[in-house]
Design a protein around this ligand. Structure first.
Ligand code: OTU
Length: 633
């Protein structure tokens, strides 16, 4: 089975195989054990995995070894992510090389470039309709450019993260084309139905991702004369993971990309991988088994690689993506905390931190060797539905509450925000909100220097929560220079019905070039953001694994939590020096806090603000939308 592999590699793979094979085999048996020739198929799969491993470069092999020896490498407070579209940030993959200095000045250690594989011709959902998993989108470069870029990034301590769209392929992917031209083998890579009977049954329990632009979950394909499962746009065909060939091809494609230097995979839409009638076809146990099997394969053939779950699901469903159901079956290393993100914006609209407290209280501690991906904006909408359970608390009605929040960000009367409701012509709908951070925090509506200052505080406050909560924070391109909404998307026919393009601008060169000039708006924000980042790096208690204690304060304009010290176990107070108290004011009024009234395990009489180096004794006044990072002085 491992015949063509040089002896040393043979040994390395064998050792990893021995420790991960059982979980892999169990997962594959659960998924595919009833298939004819199951065991032959597993051998074929493992032979292919071993052959791809045999092609892995010496440099990547030593990276694997380093990370195996230090499996918490990505959970440190020195980790920082940055996310951008290749073309909008830097033109091409080669162009990204010229931006590495900028990433370094922020302290970035992880760069997520949005989809750069060859995409569907025509509309392609910003590259999320992939036509080929082993080719680069030609206008962005080629595979050599990708390898070079990952090498240059690695030399500067930055890991490249690539999207891996594993739930669906484009309708012009070779599998879809083969299916359309009559091949039953490839037809079986998809879910398709001769009539509406089955789709109608499923549809009773399914949600809608793009209710306006792409209603329903099935699309009639005129060539096939069949209804194809298309959770997202009609040209994104969901893959049929009941077919082991689909799992095999996708696992191999991922490993090939990892051999080209990709170090992190953002597993897109992971919640949707398995369908079950009578459910919303999200978060099914089989979807987790698929991810666990994938993790085992990575553990064998590319253990330096990280898997990141993009599961935009309610807080209660998130931890399962780490594999917490059973520590013996780890799943993804990283997962987006979309609830914390949405709740942070909700708190800003409500001038009240309750939603954040609710989310924090619903978030269990991280398992070892995992980390949240914390963020405030990304290329998608802020989806409000994930925080329905938290919005139902505090004696409130989630629908009303979220509607109010969505209206606020769409620019309701007296709102400082200038965003747009997503997939709803009706401003009362609660589906999602679009807009750049700067537009949502008030930069666009500010007409005086004072208002601009407040907008900046709000943006920094949300980033402050993301930096201190515990996880790897991600900066979304343009946020560091307060880049505005891109209103031009409306003039591009293929973007016009998808207002997520509002937050996908080309980098504003003028603002970017002015970022070191503190007299400019972008320069002022940039300096302050860099300051928060520099402070964060210096505070080891902000590493992902450090416990968090939520101090739910009776003045809920204030968000207060402690990192690094449990207030419940008053037995050990000696590590108070290693703790950090975060205080953020979500309201437009200054708030006074008597520090000793917080339920800390032991009174701390003298505090040092890690952001300003100011000292406080027992009372602190927190200006509107300001934050303090206090440690015992
Ligand atoms: C993901 O998104 C991507 O981030 C989107 O950009 C893609 O359009 C989509 O998949 C299809 O590939 O449901 O859990 O705006 O939050 O579509 C994954 C809605 C998803 C997104 C949603 C999301």
């Amino acid at each position: 089975m491992l015949t063509h592999i040089p002896v040393e590699r043979h040994e390395v793979v064998r050792a990893r195989f021995n420790s991960s094979a059982q979980v892999l085999f169990d997962r594959l048996s659960l998924l595919y054990g009833q298939q004819a020739n199951f065991e032959d198929w597993v051998i074929q799969l493992m032979t292919r995995v071993a052959n791809v491993h045999a092609q892995r470069s010496d440099e990547l092999l030593s990276l694997d070894a380093q990370r195996e020896a230090n499996p918490n490498w990505f959970t440190q407070q020195t980790m920082l992510g940055y996310c951008a579209y290749v073309d909008r940030f830097a033109g091409t993959l080669q162009g990204v090389n010229q931006k590495i200095d900028h990433l370094a000045e922020l302290g970035v250690t992880y760069l997520h470039l949005l989809p750069f594989l060859r995409a569907r011709a025509g509309d392609n959902d910003g590259g999320f309709a992939v036509a080929s998993y082993n080719e680069i989108e030609p206008r962005l470069g080629n595979m050599d450019d990708l390898r070079d870029l990952t090498q240059h990034l690695r030399d500067r301590g930055i890991s490249l993260c690539s999207d891996f769209v594993l739930n669906h392929v484009a309708d012009d992917h070779p599998w879809a084309l083969a299916a359309k031209s009559g091949s039953s083998k490839e037809l079986d890579y998809f879910y398709s139905y001769a009539d509406r009977t089955q789709p109608d049954i499923y549809e009773r329990d399914l949600g809608q991702i793009f209710p306006q632009a792409a209603p329903g979950n099935f699309s009639f394909d005129a060539t096939l004369h069949r209804w194809v499962w298309t959770t997202f746009y009609p040209y994104q065909w969901d893959l049929n993971y009941t077919n082991p060939a689909v799992f095999e091809e996708m696992a191999l494609a991922l490993l090939e990309l990892s051999n080209n230097g990709v170090e992190v995979f953002r597993l897109d839409s992971t919640a949707f991988l398995w369908k079950r009638a009578g459910t919303n076809c999200m978060n099914q146990p089989e979807a987790h088994w698929i991810l666990q099997a994938l993790r085992s394969i990575v553990a064998i053939a590319a253990p330096g690689v990280l898997l990141k779950a993009e599961a935009i699901v309610p807080t209660a469903q998130l931890p399962a993506y780490f594999g917490t159901q059973n520590p013996a079956t780890p799943e993804c290393h990283l997962a987006y905390h979309s609830s914390l993100m949405a709740a942070s914006w909700g708190a800003l609209a409500e001038q009240n931190a309750e939603l954040i407290y609710n989310v924090m209280q619903a978030t269990p501690p991280l398992p070892d060797q995992t980390s949240w991906l914390t963020y405030i904006r990304c290329h998608d909408d802020i989806g409000w539905n994930v925080i329905r359970p938290e919005a139902n608390q505090d004696n409130q009605n989630a629908q009303e509450r979220l509607r109010h929040i969505a209206q606020f960000f769409a620019g309701a009367a007296n709102s400082f925000a200038r965003g747009a409701s997503f997939q709803a012509s009706d401003a009362n709908a609660v589906h999602g909100t679009n807009g750049m951070s700067s537009a949502l925090t008030g930069f666009a509506s500010a007409s005086t220097p004072q208002e601009l200052e407040l907008a900046q505080r709000r943006l920094l406050l949300l980033y402050g929560v993301s930096f201190c909560f515990g996880g790897m924070p991600l900066i979304y391109m343009g946020d560091e220079i307060a880049q505005a909404n891109d209103e031009n998307y409306i003039n591009v026919p293929e973007y016009a019905n998808d207002s997520r393009w509002l937050q996908r601008p080309f980098l504003d060169q003028a603002a970017f070039n002015a970022r070191h000039d503190r007299a400019t708006q972008s320069g002022n924000l940039f300096a302050q953001l860099c300051h928060l980042l520099e402070r964060r790096r210096s505070l080891p208690m902000l590493a992902a694994a450090t416990p968090i204690t939520v101090l739910r304060h009776r003045n809920s304009a204030l968000l207060t939590f402690v990192r690094g010290e449990s207030t419940n176990t008053s037995t050990n107070t000696s590590n108070a020096n290693n703790a950090l108290l975060f205080i953020g004011n979500f309201s437009d009024q200054a708030q006074t806090l008597v520090l000793n009234q917080l339920s800390l395990p032991s009174p701390i009489n003298s505090w040092l603000d890690q952001l300003t180096q100011q000292h406080y004794t027992d009372t602190i006044v927190i200006e509107p939308w300001s934050q303090h990072w206090l440690s015992a002085a």
